[in-house]
Write a protein that binds this ligand. Structure first.
Ligand code: SAH
Length: 396
């Protein structure tokens, strides 16, 4: 087997079971491995520490398959890991035939490079590393065998693949081709999903528990759902008895799907509005015209992509939270989220507290939210806990 030799001391993170090896930690490669090949990783003294997939084009040049160097990385190895991943979702009750969930969450399921989402009978897969790409055929066969799904659609059109010099790939890779739009049910609410063109694999499963939280707190409230995408929080709010919902997003196709979802659930045009707009501008417009709501959701795209972007990102989160607070009636609820892995909860809480001060309101946190349970966090990889949210009640 070809080998990766680390620089002195650089095995420390691996000993703590962090599965990433950066090129700066590598003294050399023994042999001439192909991209994605599995390498035996040794520390500077020659001790074997892990088996890792080789990504020669990326700074993140190794992703650990196993911290047991004696393991064999083969079909049965992947079958075992996949069964563990699927078993966890079954235990969580996420296996309803008409439902959906994340079945495989990359590092958090010890299957780095693979993301698999289930939409009813269909699977959508994203493959983001050279190692995952190399074993893709085997993994797809295993997915067919272990899930009995009707077909698998690939959405490997994410930018992270460029870092690995992997071309974008989309299309049906096993079984039947899924329909243009799929319909899933979650907590009694039906959602239309565009798995071919939507964000990620089509739907934000990481927000499932938070949609349910909105549903259970929305009764008799007027709701403003900012960065609504396909209206997930909006539909959940109406299902929970909200009196009216405005979904705001800059994407017209996303809101067109939100419209279908609203109709699918039997909501009438008087109960909701889907508004194509820039959230930053619309929040100011509403503030200036004195519009008020009883529940505001802020679920923006990732404002912090890297450490350098943190100060600017903080200002953006604080800016929208301030505006959100200004639009709330006394007793109103702000659901504010950050999906930036670099934004830690204490900082997010501080920004939100500052935003309330700026807005001149008093608030208290009534819930702290995170990513849903089918997006676990690898203990050694805090970055895999990326989504966090606060529910703040504005006091009267
Ligand atoms: N809340 C959604 C996911 C939001 S993803 C859900 O639970 O399904 C972020 C969304 O923000 C995307 O749909 C994107 O189109 C939208 N967006 C990004 N910048 C925006 C802006 N300045 N104004 C309005 N929408 C924006």
């Amino acid at each position: 087997m070809n080998e990766m030799i680390l620089l002195p001391g650089r095995e420390k993170s691996l000993r703590r079971h962090h599965p990433w090896i950066f090129s700066g930690a590598v003294a050399g490669i023994k042999g001439d491995p192909a991209p994605g090949e599995t390498l035996l990783v040794r520390d500077a003294r020659g001790q074997a520490v892990a088996l890792a997939a080789w990504s020669p084009a990326s700074q993140l040049c190794g992703r650990v398959w196993s911290f047991d160097p004696a393991e064999t990385i083969d079909r049965e190895f992947f079958r075992k890991r996949l069964r563990q991943a699927i078993g966890l979702r079954q235990q969580m009750g996420l296996n309803a035939p008409d439902g959906g969930c994340r079945l495989v969450a990359s590092e958090a399921d010890a299957l780095p490079g693979w993301i698999v989402d289930r939409y009813g009978d269909w699977l959508v897969i994203q493959c983001v590393s050279a190692g995952a790409d190399r074993y893709k055929d085997m993994f797809l066969d295993l997915l067919m065998e272990e899930t009995g799904c009707r077909g698998i659609y690939e959405r490997s059109d994410v930018s992270v693949r460029q870092r690995e010099k992997l071309p974008p790939v989309t299309g049906t890779v096993r079984g039947e081709t899924p329909p243009d739009k799929v319909l899933i049910t979650e907590d009694g609410v039906r959602y239309h999903v565009d798995i071919r063109h939507g964000h990620k694999t089509g739907f934000y499963f990481d927000q499932r528990e938070n949609r349910i939280a909105v549903k259970h707190l929305a009764k008799n409230r007027r709701v403003l759902n900012c960065f609504a995408y396909t209206g997930g929080f909006g539909a959940a709010a109406l299902a929970g008895g909200a009196t009216h919902v405005i979904n705001v997003d800059s994407s017209a196709p996303a809101l067109a799907l939100a419209e279908r979802t609203m109709q699918e659930n039997g909501f009438t045009a008087s109960q909701y509005e889907n508004r194509v707009a820039d959230v930053f501008a619309l929040l100011r417009e509403y503030r200036d015209s004195g519009r008020k709501f009883d529940l505001v959701v802020l679920d923006p795209p990732k404002f912090v992509e890297n450490k350098g972007a943190l100060p600017r990102g903080c200002r953006a989160y604080q800016d929208i939270a301030r505006l959100g607070f200004q639009l709330l009636n006394p007793g109103g609820l702000l659901f504010t989220f950050s999906c930036s892995g670099l934004m830690e909860m204490p900082l997010f809480q501080k920004l939100t507290a500052d935003a309330a001060l700026d807005a001149g309101v008093q608030g208290r946190i009534i819930r702290q939210l995170g990513q849903s349970a089918d997006h676990p966090t690898a203990l050694a990889v805090p970055e895999t806990f990326y989504l966090k949210g606060l529910v703040v009640e504005v006091q009267s």
